[in-house]
Design a protein around this ligand. Structure first.
Ligand SMILES: Cc1cc2nc3c(=O)[nH]c(=O)nc-3n(C[C@H](O)[C@H](O)[C@H](O)COP(=O)(O)OP(=O)(O)OC[C@H]3O[C@@H](n4cnc5c(N)ncnc54)[C@H](O)[C@@H]3O)c2cc1C
Length: 526
């Protein structure tokens, strides 16, 4: 069904005739990226900021996915840390709505309130809510200042031969583009994936049907995310309710249980339900209304030779937990530095295989979490409902049972616990900062640790002396506790994507250098 409301107003970007159709032959590009959504734009920034010549192709000439104006809204702390390296995190935070608190209701009764960020010494909050097209617009603006990236609008990838020769259609006709590596960031219906014939490890369309109603309400300021289970105002279905930029609220309504679901996804029905929720006199303006269902699927392999799959092209799942876009951004963050090192001749090409080894478990984890949440929120069988209701009964009586209430396990950085790159030596007090984890943040000097890590390898010594270029964290600093450092001190090595690569107890420069060299020399074990 097509929504009958005017869509958001989105920027239009200029199409320019590509050099291939203007008579020049640019030769092979080191990297081509199909699709300029969250995955493609972030990947282009990761590569372009490292000086890798990259061509980014998008079939559209605007931001936000075509036809579905309203999509992602919640951007997690980890994504903000990644964006910060490109100078756009503050723009996202400035425009968006920061939130750390949520409330869970059963029917109309509030069961509990939760806070996602106990520590107050972090550079970024647990989440910022912002319409996805704004985030994409800011990424595009940054790319326009990145000379290594050639961003081509109205450029549709229609075929892929030998993995690295693309056929691109434009308003001026079609041309062939040759590249050494191809990043398929072309979304859920990926043409690259279809052409190459990639197989899914799992694929299933879930039964639940939802209606999104984005609504503008003047004067409402509450930034708490509210999840209502079994709400009588929605004939017993769930309702989601939280704020984005411009005074607009995202409301999601489970409509599976209505006899005519199409009828429930119209602006008239959405407005009638909103009046019940907000009160008959409430003043609001509907911005966008439409139905959605979701598929759970992920690829068997995230790589086929020189072609890598990122974001929705690699996996899809329900939006509960706000994982799709945040996962796409982390995919790009994982692949960018590895590809740059290989193209610069500093690392062996085998390093690229660790993209699949690290991000495939991350995709599976997101699919599993998001599916369990979806089933909890909208049980699809009598058995699922029975278990879910028993958990809710318990949680209403006992605080400890709230951990089982699954209204979305919200996106956090994936831990590459099984990565072949990890090294650990000695006994640490906690596992929070173990190899594979994204570096926990905290105050460092006059700023934050995540800023000090930068975009390259970084060594941190927890002790009294450091080598030049390394970070020194003296005893008594709160970061000692956060990194589980024992009395004898420790050496930590961070990867260019801000994840912990290696750690050992004591101060050991040779250990740090060895860990970094091992990444550059990495070989897949036969
Ligand atoms: C209702 C809803 C709510 C959501 N909420 C959240 C949330 O709160 N947080 C979150 O993180 N995620 C959320 N998501 C998920 C998020 O929107 C997606 O996971 C994210 O958009 C994936 O980014 P992507 O770059 O992989 O793909 P897309 O955003 O789909 O981008 C693909 C790009 O490729 C282009 N393209 C497609 N085919 C071609 C081709 N053949 N040639 C050239 N270009 C092509 C398209 O024009 C598009 O620009 C939500 C999704 C939905 C539907």
């Amino acid at each position: 069904m097509t929504p009958r409301l005017p869509p958001y107003s989105l920027p239009r970007y200029e199409y320019r005739k590509p050099p291939e159709l203007a008579g020049s032959v640019p030769g092979e590009y080191p990297v081509a990226i199909a699709g300029a959504g969250l995955a493609g734009l972030t990947a282009a920034l990761e590569l372009g900021s490292r000086g890798i010549r990259t061509v980014l192709l998008d079939e559209d000439d605007t931001v936000g996915a075509s036809g579905l104006s309203s999509r992602g809204i919640c951007y997690a702390k980890r994504s903000l840390e990644i964006f910060d390296r490109f100078g756009i995190a503050e723009r996202v935070r400035g425009k968006g709505v920061t939130w750390n608190d949520g409330e869970v209701y059963r029917g109309t009764e509030r069961m509990y309130r939760f806070n996602l960020q106990a520590e107050n010494d972090q550079k970024f909050p647990a989440f910022v809510n912002l319409q996805q097209f704004y985030v994409e617009e800011y990424l595009v603006a940054r790319l326009q200042q990145t000379p290594a990236v050639d961003l081509r609008w109205k450029s549709k990838v229609v075929d892929v031969a030998d993995g690295v020769v693309l056929k691109v259609e434009t308003p001026d006709g079609a041309y062939d583009l040759r590249c050494r590596y191809l990043l398929a960031c072309d979304g859920a219906h990926s043409a690259v994936r279809e052409r190459i014939g990639m197989r899914d490890e799992q694929s299933e369309l879930l039964e639940s049907v939802w209606c999104i109603a984005d609504v503008r309400m003047a004067g409402a300021t509450d930034v708490v995310r509210r999840s209502y289970l079994d709400n009588p105002l929605n004939e017993g279905g769930a309702i989601w309710y939280h704020q984005m930029a411009d005074g607009v609220w995202r409301t999601d309504w489970l409509i599976t249980h209505y006899p005519d679901r199409d009828a429930e996804a119209t602006p008239e029905r959405a407005a009638a339900r909103l009046r019940k929720l907000l009160g008959a006199d409430a003043q609001f303006e509907l911005i966008w209304v439409g139905p959605y269902r979701f598929r759970k699927r992920y690829l068997e392999r995230m790589r086929a030779g020189p072609v890598f799959f990122l974001g929705d092209a690699a996996a899809q799942h329900s939006p509960f937990g706000a994982r799709g876009g945040n996962r796409a951004i982390q995919d790009a963050n994982n692949l960018g530095w590895k590809l740059a090192l290989v193209l610069q001749g500093k690392a062996h090409a085998d390093l690229l295989e660790t993209y699949h080894e690290e991000r495939h478990p991350a995709a599976r984890e997101c699919v599993e979490h998001a599916t369990r949440s979806a089933v909890f929120i909208g049980p699809e069988s009598a058995g699922q409902r029975l278990v879910r209701d028993a958990i809710l009964d318990l949680a209403q009586r006992h605080a400890w049972a709230r951990a089982w209430v699954n209204t979305g396990r919200l996106s956090v950085a994936c831990v590459y616990g099984q990565s072949p790159l990890n090294i650990e030596r000695g006994r640490f007090l906690f596992t929070t900062a173990r190899p594979g984890a994204a570096a926990p943040d905290g105050r460092f000097g006059s700023g934050y640790l995540v800023e000090a890590l930068g975009s390259d390898f970084k060594v941190a010594y927890f002790g009294e002396r450091a080598e030049p270029d390394a970070l020194l964290i003296r005893k008594g600093d709160p970061l000692w506790a956060r990194y589980g450092v024992p009395d004898e001190g420790a050496t930590y090595v961070f990867r260019p994507d801000g994840h912990v690569l290696a750690r050992c107890t004591g101060i050991d420069g040779a250990f740090a250098r060895g860990a970094m060299q091992r990444v550059l020399d990495y070989r897949v074990q036969a």
